[in-house]
Design a protein around this ligand. Structure first.
Ligand SMILES: Nc1ncnc2c1ncn2[C@@H]1O[C@H](COP(=O)(O)OP(=O)(O)O)[C@@H](O)[C@H]1O
Ligand SMILES: [Mg+2]
Length: 227
């Protein structure tokens, strides 16, 4: 397999072109990607917008080969003024609601109210294409209550909103729009808020860990919006 140019790089992974149609995602820590590949392979035929996965060939389980998706991230599209902040919030809300409506994989005995969760769905993990948004970066995916996924997205936006960068004002607006579109059945109770807080605290790369009290302030902002 010939690996081409580096076309994207985030916190955990490097993404290389293989040819015009396929890319290879490789975690820098060498972790296997078989779990997220299985979830993406389940979601794609259900019509959920994730890159199509190429069935594993001779590549290592640390490598994930998927369709190349063309477009800026939703964050870049928003910064360029191509998409408004209210629309970004609506797009994220729609992606969460649609994800949680996908049936669990065959044989999975989920608790009632359990869905496939992304748990890192924010504007840098959505690619804005001419055919609509496509969700990438399924590293944190697992099954659980939809409210946890909504809270994680809200908390990540709240951390950005309080982070003092040039992204703070738009992040605040996206957060408001996201939670304004939350279905009534989705509960952001103390349990999911605590679970989301613990997940962010455990994430050594999470931005607000550097700011004492940053995570608590972000949690408070989410709770203020969720009322
Ligand atoms: N299927 C894809 N097609 C084209 N570019 C991609 C694709 N998947 C990821 N990328 C690019 O690679 C970057 C990092 O990917 P991501 O999965 O979010 O890794 P990380 O966990 O490091 O954030 C993305 O922001 C995007 O620019
Ligand atoms: Mg990412």
């Amino acid at each position: 397999m010939m690996i081409g140019e580096l076309i994207g790089s985030g916190r955990d992974a490097d993404v290389y072109a293989l040819d015009g149609s396929w890319v290879l995602r490789r975690n820098r820590d060498g972790r296997s990607q078989s779990r997220e590949a299985a979830v993406m392979a389940h979601l794609h035929p259900h019509g959920y917008p994730v890159p199509e996965i190429r069935p594993a060939g001779d590549e290592a389980s640390t490598d994930l080969v998927m369709r190349r998706v063309t477009g800026p991230t939703l964050m870049d599209a928003a910064q360029a003024g191509e998409v408004g902040t209210a629309e970004v919030g609506m797009i994220l809300a729609d992606l969460l609601a649609r994800l949680h409506a996908v049936p669990l994989p065959d044989g999975a005995a989920g608790e009632p109210g359990t869905a496939i969760l992304h748990l890192d769905l924010h504007p840098l993990n959505v690619i804005h294409t001419s055919e609509g948004p496509v969700v990438i970066d399924w590293v944190n995916t697992r099954q659980g209550p939809p409210g946890l996924d909504w809270t994680m997205s809200a908390l990540i936006l709240a951390e950005l909103a309080l982070g003092g960068s040039e992204l703070a004002p738009p992040a605040q607006e996206v957060l408001s729009a996201l939670l304004a579109h939350r279905p009534a059945a989705v509960v952001l109770d103390g349990g999911v808020v605590a679970a989301a807080r613990a997940a962010r605290a455990a994430d050594s790369n999470a931005g607000s860990n550097a700011v004492p009290g940053g995570l608590d302030a972000a949690v408070a902002l989410v709770i203020a919006h969720a009322g």
